[in-house]
Design a protein around this ligand. Structure first.
Ligand code: URA
Length: 275
């Protein structure tokens, strides 16, 4: 059955163009009803819109049929009479991105997206959230791509100010040696400004491990290109202390400890319970 188109106007854009939107921001900032339900993982946004329009959702005891209705701070909500909480826990998925997928919600000219591979695999307890890709990997790049329901975590992990490491392994066309890669350790000049000094290790003459703490567009390829080592293939092995450890095309849920220690993201202490 074709899906009903979403309401025509939404009050503000989602925080990232590579994202399905994130979590309830707290009591100071009202959200609109369908998005609040989706952020909290109650229902995906299109299903939340249907449920609202069908009169299944009440706000402070009254049926609200408009998906864009604001949710007052502290409101009490029910779906089919069952109380629901808008407090969503921060969840992070470690996905092993295959090549030839776009980190985008929309495909292009027959090229699929990471969402098309990830979302159908999610169990019911994760399927209701809306998921942000944490940064992006190029279409041809493989490896660790994180997804989260928390837009603050996206900002934290992708901000250069956080200095969280991202470790890549590049296969290069030309022969690499210490003299060639040395400038990367001091910060090569790129067209949008100097790259920060990177940690670089030669694994063999065509395989270079590069660890960076920023994530500009095509950054690793541009850095290696700048020292005469064009990249044939690129793979991300780790983000912060989180190592890729799932087969290609699959995902796993990170523990709270991995989020708080591996990604250095502060969770409310009461919730740091799993390990
Ligand atoms: N750097 C790149 O050049 N490409 C990626 O996909 C990620 C980092």
């Amino acid at each position: 059955m074709p899906r009903k188109p979403p309401p025509p106007r939404r009050p503000s854009p989602s925080p990232s163009k590579h994202a399905h939107p994130g979590r309830w921001e707290g009591k100071a900032k009202p959200d609109w009803l369908s998005r609040a339900l989706a952020r909290a993982g109650v229902l995906p946004q299109d299903e939340a819109e249907d449920a609202i329009q069908a009169g299944r959702v009440t706000v402070n005891g009254k049926v609200v049929k408009h998906p864009l209705a604001p949710v007052p701070p502290g409101a009490s909500l029910r779906l089919d009479g069952v109380p629901i909480s808008l407090e969503a826990p921060t969840r992070v998925l470690a996905f092993h991105k295959p090549a030839e997928l776009l980190t985008s919600t929309v495909g292009q000219h027959g090229v699929g997206t990471v969402y098309e591979v990830l979302l159908p695999q999610l169990p019911p307890e994760l399927a209701g959230f809306t998921w942000h890709a944490v940064g992006r990997l190029d279409r041809g790049t493989t490896g660790l791509l994180l997804f989260t329901n928390d837009d603050k975590l996206v900002t934290h992990v992708t901000s250069p100010e956080t200095h969280l490491t991202k470790r890549y392994v590049a296969t290069v066309f030309s022969e690499a040696d210490e003299a060639k890669v040395e400038p990367l350790r001091h910060g090569v000049q790129l067209e949008d400004g100097p790259a920060r000094p990177a940690k670089v290790r030669l694994r063999d003459s065509h395989t270079v491990e590069v660890t960076v703490t920023e994530g500009r567009n095509h950054q690793v390829k541009r850095m290696l290109g700048a020292v005469g080592l064009p990249v044939r293939a690129l793979h991300r092995e780790a983000v912060g202390g989180v190592e890729l450890d799932v087969p290609e095309g699959t995902f796993r849920l990170l523990t709270d400890t991995e989020i708080s220690e591996g990604l250095r993201f502060a969770l409310p202490s009461a919730r740091v319970t799993t390990s």
